[in-house]
Design a protein around this ligand. Structure first.
Ligand SMILES: [Zn+2]
Length: 81
């Protein structure tokens, strides 16, 4: 596989980060990142955002809303999972 272009890298970045690329594509992407400061900066930024998101729990409903939903489901005969 040829070394990917910067445009390719923007599409490959997530798969690269998750090691989801076939090894040849992974190596080509790794090589591109070694050579290209712009893509390295993009990749670092993406990695930082993903780290931050990974630490932040997904917001859920307030306790009142959760209780109301569970009560409505119980009234409808639908048990919570
Ligand atoms: Zn690049």
């Amino acid at each position: 596989m040829a070394v990917p272009t910067c445009r390719d890298m923007s599409e490959l970045a997530t798969d690269y980060m998750e090691r989801a690329l076939p090894w040849r594509a992974f190596l080509a992407a790794w090589w591109h990142l070694r050579l290209c400061g712009m893509c390295r900066a993009y990749y670092d930024q993406l990695a930082r955002v993903r780290r931050l998101l990974g630490r932040t729990p997904l917001p859920g409903p307030s306790p009142e809303v959760e209780a109301a939903v569970l009560a409505a489901r119980a009234r409808a005969g639908d048990a919570p999972p």
